[in-house]
Each structure stands twice: as structure tokens, then as C-alpha cells.
Design a protein around this ligand. Structure first.
Ligand SMILES: C[S@@+](CC[C@H](N)C(=O)[O-])C[C@H]1O[C@@H](n2cnc3c(N)ncnc32)[C@H](O)[C@@H]1O
Length: 216
């Protein structure tokens, strides 16, 4: 069992205090939030799909900022959304042990306005990335008005190296394979010909974290 899993078991409900503090070493979630515009209208009732939502720490901030937003959170892991504030639960649907392909088949992807893929791509092993993007195509090709927001960490920085060690030795994920901004853009342009993108200011506000928005 990884150090991270042992800590979760030992600390139980209090794990989120330690988890959130620990994450601050790597990313300032408030800076990420201020760099990403989910909607220009804070009262907008947009629907977001959070792929690989994990504990849901960032989604708390999104829901605080956009009080009418609704979120579907999917993850291949079996225990997700544990950091979500009780006040937000009525606006979040949680799909654990759910792949993108399953969600695309069983839910109604056409009702989505945006997709968030935050700190997930570097957890998708190099040999599995084609499956990830093929599945993403199932969602995106039927709904070309979607905005897809990717947040990840740029290789080549001390903090990135530290986060890599943390993922491998604390979280126990041996598949971690870092992904640069250039590589993310390459994947999206390959799998979604004609897709456009712009980079948010996240990289300049909170290096080595970056965020890129893709749209048609
Ligand atoms: C580092 S966590 C990020 C959690 C959350 N997005 C955040 O930034 O707080 C990465 C998550 O991605 C999930 N994940 C990895 N590969 C996935 C896939 N192919 N589909 C859905 N979730 C995946 C993992 O189970 C894990 O919960």
C-alpha cells in the first residue's frame, strides 16, 4: 500500500486537511481558478464534466465561484469526491469507477458545456494515452460547442520533479509520465483536427502549472 493510502486510512475524515496543505507545495488552486474562465457570467448555469475528479478540492472552488454551475465528476478510482463541501453535493453527480467511454454511452454528453482534465493526463501512462483520447473523441465529436480545459505541470522544473516523486512514491502511481504544453497541443490537434486553443495565464502566475483551453 502507498504512503498516501496509509495516510488516508490513518487520518480518516481529517485527511483532507493534510492533503490540501500538502498540495499547496505544488499548486496554488486559487491562482489556477483565477486563470481559467469557465464562463464570463458568474451566475451562468453551465454544466461541467470533471474527468479524473479525484477528491474534488478544485471543484469546491469552482462551485463557490459559480453558484449555479453543475458538475459531473467521473474517475476510474473507486472513492472520489471526498473533499467536496456538503453544500455543493446537490450540484455534483459522482461517477466512480467510470471511464470516459462508459460515461459517454450512459449519460447525455450533449448537455455538457465544458470538460476539465486537471492533473490527470500525467497519470495516464504513455501507452494508454491513445485510449484516453479515443474515448474523449466519443464525447467531443458529438458536441462541438464544448470547451475543454486541460491543467497539468510543465516538465523541467524543480516543483515538477518533486510532484513526479510524490506521485510515484507517495501516491504510488508507477505509470506517471509527465506531459508538456507542446505535447498536449500535439495530442489535441492530432485527435481533433481543426481544434483551436489558447493558453491561460496560469503558467505565468503559478509555474510550472499550466492550463490550456481547447475549443472548435
Ligand atoms: C492527481 S488526481 C487529480 C484529481 C483532480 N482532477 C484534481 O486536480 O484535484 C488524478 C486523478 O485522475 C484519475 N484518472 C487517471 N486516469 C484516468 C482516466 N483514464 N479516466 C478517468 N480518471 C482517471 C485518477 O484516478 C486520479 O483520481
Amino acid at each position: 500500500m502507498s504512503i498516501g493510502k496509509v495516510m488516508r486510512q490513518v487520518l480518516g475524515k481529517n485527511f483532507h486537511y493534510v492533503g490540501e496543505l500538502y498540495r499547496k507545495i505544488f499548486v496554488d488552486l486559487n491562482k489556477v481558478l483565477s486563470g481559467i474562465e469557465f464562463s464570463s457570467d458568474k451566475n451562468d448555469s453551465f454544466k461541467l464534466l470533471d474527468i479524473g475528479g479525484g477528491d474534488g478540492a478544485f471543484i469546491n472552488l469552482v462551485m463557490d465561484k459559480y453558484p449555479n454551475a453543475k458538475v459531473d465528476m467521473i474517475d476510474i478510482a473507486d472513492n472520489i469526491g471526498s473533499f467536496l463541501k456538503p453544500a455543493h453535493l446537490s450540484r455534483v453527480r459522482i461517477f466512480n469507477k467510470t471511464s470516459i467511454a462508459t460515461y459517454a454511452k450512459d449519460s447525455s454528453p450533449n448537455s455538457l458545456d465544458c470538460i476539465l482534465i486537471m492533473d490527470v493526463l500525467h497519470h495516464v501512462g504513455r501507452n494508454h494515452r491513445h485510449v484516453f483520447f479515443e474515448e474523449l473523441k466519443m464525447l467531443v465529436n458529438s458536441n462541438r460547442s464544448l470547451k475543454i480545459i486541460v491543467k497539468d505541470v510543465e516538465p523541467g522544473y524543480f516543483i515538477t520533479w518533486l510532484s513526479y516523486l510524490s506521485d510515484v512514491y507517495v501516491s504510488g502511481d508507477k505509470q506517471v509520465w509527465l506531459i508538456s504544453r507542446a505535447k498536449v497541443i500535439e495530442y489535441f490537434e492530432y485527435y481533433f483536427p481543426g481544434i483551436q486553443h489558447y493558453e491561460t495565464n496560469v503558467f505565468y502566475q503559478n509555474k510550472p502549472n499550466y492550463s490550456i483551453v481547447f475549443h472548435f
